[in-house]
Design a binder for this molecule. Structure first.
Ligand code: AMP
Length: 344
């Protein structure tokens, strides 16, 4: 399978309480590509200026990322500068210089239109729709966005949301888009536009998956008439508990890389596979924040990913309240599987 990503390739200057970097390799499409290339072949569409250091291109090529779709334009590369305080929850943007990104229009080189999975990273929703018009029946389309487009291009964003299979968004943006504090209501509002699933990222508190189930008669549950939690159309994965965090930049985009990368390897995208994909996303994001820029992804290998995936399984597993008959008796509770007491 091949994965197409369209988004920013940047030079980032970032300050956190644990250090700073200047003009380091960044951008949503870069983080995504470095992460997803652990799973599958990635085709990147974006733009850089003539000042973009060749070693960054060599790094992406070393990850087998196809760069035929990366335009090199006379001028300066997109630059983003931000800082984080101790809570590391949200970046404060200090400066955004669009440079060659200002007039960017995604052009898909021959063959990219046949990509199986498509990730529309955080860019102008008009460009996201342009890309969707150029691809031919992909297996999966996924979209990310940011507060700016919700504030200034909400109608176009709503159109883009209605055209994709899965939406990735952070909790502040989900509330802003839906004008409600309740994430359940926000999820329902977004899913009512058309996507089959939605992942709301909650930073160090994990990620929530909302998805529609087909209830057998072809009607999805979970939209207008469904209740998420009662229909088991809700899944939550915590974030990996890290001792050392240096730089949260790119956590969302590398989450997307793990999430979509994993889905590119599965035969059928079922609810269970979506849950596993959320855990893969969380695992990859947990590595990225351990170092500045994409540095942790330079050396990350599949064995480390699988080991952390196993750890996730262990620390999120818990048993029924009383598994053994004697403890049940002592607690005056029924054993696992016997739920009649709920109604009595
Ligand atoms: P995140 O995963 O949300 O932390 O994304 C961080 C990356 O997004 C950084 O590497 C930035 O270069 C990039 N970025 C920041 N602002 C924008 C923007 N307005 N458009 C596109 N990419 C951006």
């Amino acid at each position: 399978m091949s994965i197409l990503v369209v988004g920013s390739v940047a030079l980032d200057s970032v300050q956190t309480p644990f250090g700073r970097v200047k003009d380091a390799l960044g951008g949503a499409a870069t983080y995504f590509s470095a992460a997803a290339s652990l799973y599958d072949q990635v085709n990147l569409v974006g733009v850089v200026g003539t000042d973009f250091p060749p070693e960054h291109l060599e790094f992406l090529e070393s990850k087998k990322v196809d760069l035929r779709g990366l335009q090199v334009k006379e001028g300066r590369t997109f630059r983003w500068s931000g800082r984080y305080d101790y809570d590391m929850g949200a970046a404060e943007t200090l400066d955004t210089q669009l440079n060659v990104f200002a007039d960017f229009h995604p052009r898909l080189p021959q063959g990219y239109e046949l990509s199986d999975l498509v990730f529309l990273a955080n860019i102008d929703p008009e460009l996201q729709v342009e890309v969707l018009r150029q691809v031919k029946s992909p297996r999966l389309t996924v979209l990310d966005t940011m507060n700016y487009w919700i504030s200034y291009k909400k109608d176009t964003l709503s159109k883009a949301l209605s055209l994709v299979d899965i939406v990735l968004i952070n909790e502040v943006e989900a509330r802003q888009y839906s004008n409600t504090f309740s994430l359940i209501r926000a999820a329902r509002k977004i899913l009512d536009l058309g996507p089959k699933a939605l992942v709301i990222k909650k930073g160090e508190y994990g990620a929530v998956l909302f998805y529609k189930l087909d209830n057998g008669d072809g009607h999805p549950v979970g939209g207008k008439n469904g209740s998420f939690v009662g229909d088991h159309t809700y899944f939550f994965a915590p974030a990996y508990p890290l001792e050392k965090i240096k730089d949260p930049t790119g956590a969302g985009d590398s989450f997307a890389g793990g999430f979509i990368g994993y889905l590119s390897r599965v035969r059928n995208i079922t609810a269970d596979e979506l849950k596993r994909a959320v855990v893969h996303g969380s695992v990859i994001a947990s590595f990225v924040v351990e170092d500045f820029s994409i540095d942790r992804l330079r050396s990350l290998h599949k064995g480390e990913v699988l080991q952390r995936y196993q750890e996730f399984k262990h620390f999120t597993h818990f048993e029924h309240l009383c598994v053994h008959a004697d403890t049940c008796e002592m607690l005056r509770l029924p054993a696992e599987g016997d739920l009649e007491w709920v109604n009595s």
